[in-house]
Design a protein around this ligand. Sequence first.
Ligand code: EPU
Length: 337
Amino acid sequence: MKIQENVSLQPYNTFGINVKARYFAEVTSIDELAWVLKQKSYPGKLILGGGSNMLLTADLDLLVILISLKGKEVVSRDDGHTVIKIMAGENWHDLVLWTLEHDLGGLENLSLIPGSVGSAPIQNIGAYGVELKDHFVSCEVMDIATQTQHTFSLEDCKFGYRDSYFKHEGKGRFVITSVTFRLTSQNHSLHKGYGTISTELEKAKVLHPTIQDISGAVIRIRQQKLPDPAILGNSGSFFKNPVVNTNTYEKLQLSYPNMPSYKVADDEIKIPAAWLIDTCGFKGMRRGDAGVHEHQALVLVNHGKATGAEILRLAQQIQETVKNTFGIAIVPEVNVL
Ligand code: EPU
């Protein structure tokens, strides 16, 4: 494996930001990963997966390690379930399609999410009523400092809404090398309750949907609302949906009776950040090449040559306006580097 110098990261981040890594290595095996992590003569190291949840704002004076570990394996089958182990460098959506080809159920609502399998547990990816944690068994990791391998269980990962151990105590300490899932091989339980999915299935005149039909519906919904990073640089939802207490919610509701909301716990109400941003008038707006997507106000986009700093400035302006208008702080879901 060769360590390259001054490599553009543009092909490796879905925002399409053109910054350089001082050093760059692509690892295709566990041995290569251990070797590169052991190298001491670099200013620091950054682990890169699918690059779909990051905003790069400056050149990185670091060794960037691209995880290209590949492989999909059936670990076991019992009546009704199949356990699969997937290497971290596999593309997430390719995995979903592979599970559907093998008629394995569970990941269909997570179709078309950009990124790699190894990055998926870090933010517990989720969409249309399903989260990665719902089908997660464990993941294998390598400790960056010691190059020892460990297995993290569902409990160890401390998954929450777009959150996990790897964003807190475990931050910067481990490389996820594989993820193991338990999927249904028969009697699939379908999650079609999420409003737009049932509407989409009705439109397609599907009365008895299969997991493949659900995936098809999710793909059509996402294609209508979310920009394809290959065409328009973006990182999916830029902010998390904020959670407020009942008191705050009730006060806001007096001024904004049409405000959408979802109860998540007794005194916790989630408000869509997209609605807050949209109501502040940002949807479709553009500052140079940095912009807010015209169909989903939660998605910031790079119309071509935006720098990460320009996108960050726009994000900060949105945060300030939302705070001044509603008194609610919205925080990025993407990692800003
Ligand atoms: N809305 C607006 N304006 C908009 C878009 C949406 O007012 O421009 C309102 C809608 O009316 C709706 C509400 O906001 O009532 C929620 O919108 P949507 O259903 O599109 O979902 P979201 O909360 O904006 C979340 C995830 C998405 C995921 C969808 C579907 C987060 C941060 N985002 O978005 O995940 O695909 O639900 O499950 O939780 C991602 O994480 O990158 C991502 C795309």
